[in-house]
Design a protein around this ligand. Structure first.
Ligand code: XBP
Length: 255
């Protein structure tokens, strides 16, 4: 019977539909600014999401283009990718500031319940720290950045999801064993990353991920739900719960 002490959240696709509403349009705007005739459709982006990391995703895309020529003014591919990605991050944070990336159902409620019940909070994400700060500050308010004892993000760890590094980083800095925590994710890559550390993991699916393999998940639901908007249960045991709250989190952690 492990006591619940902390919740560790993925960001993209879990706290908010950032891939659809933020990252993909930001990539396309950065490509246009660079004079590139590249455009990632919703479908094409879904395929590219197999690769964790925005810089890594651009590189994978370029490697799929045999006719690619390094634009003038760049000494090497890494420098070119870094500059494209920096422009993309500028647009992503701008979209967050404009309020174009709302939180998913139940996220704000669950975070506030956790704070009210002294359940500690952490983040384990692949995305760039600036994106996390912009999303939280422009959805929950600047002070919400302090709600999370650890924000493990981007290049802070050597290997990106599905490697366990970023969840290990969060657990180390929380100084807690996985059995006292729950992970929240939306992708198979993220699930593999979290479960390799021993974390029981809750999956909230989305349009990009609902067909992925979540057999290692403790629970798979449509979203965290609200009292007036119940979640859809996909797999796992929630008893008669209609939305994900701290009581259900404790039950799952103690099981
Ligand atoms: C998902 C990712 C990120 C984003 C893009 O992160 O793979 O790379 O798609 O963000 P998460 P960057 O672990 O939160 O699901 O361009 O900043 O990498």
């Amino acid at each position: 019977m492990a006591e619940l002490k902390a919740l560790i959240f993925d960001v993209d696709g879990t706290l908010a539909e950032t891939e659809r509403d933020g990252h993909r349009p930001a990539f396309n705007q950065a490509f246009a600014d660079a004079g590139l005739d590249w455009h990632w459709s919703t479908e094409r982006y879904g395929e590219l999401l197999e690769v964790s990391g925005g810089k890594e995703r651009i590189r994978a895309f370029i490697e799929s283009k045999p006719d690619f020529v390094l634009p003038a003014g760049f000494s090497d591919l890494t420098e070119f990718i870094r500059s494209l990605h920096a422009t993309k991050t500028k647009y992503y944070t701008q979209y967050a500031i404009e309020g174009r990336i709302p939180l998913r159902p139940g996220v704000e409620r669950l975070l506030n319940e956790a704070r009210a019940q002294d359940v500690r909070l952490a983040i384990a994400t692949t995305t760039t720290p600036a994106n996390v700060q912009a999303l939280l500050a422009n959805t929950l308010g600047v002070e919400s950045l302090n709600w999370f004892e650890v924000i493990a993000a981007g290049d802070m760890v050597p290997h990106k999801k599905p490697a366990p590094d970023v969840f290990e980083y969060a657990l180390d800095h929380l100084n807690l064993p996985p059995e006292n925590c729950l992970g929240f994710e939306d992708t198979n890559n993220g699930l593999l990353s979290a479960t390799q550390t021993g974390l029981k993991t809750i999956i909230t699916v989305n349009d990009y991920t609902h067909t992925q393999d979540f057999s290692k998940a403790t629970l798979v639901i449509s979203d965290l739900g609200e009292p007036d908007a119940p979640f859809k249960m996909i797999s796992g045991d929630v008893g008669d719960a209609q939305y994900f709250d701290i009581a259900l989190a404790r039950k799952i952690c103690e099981a």
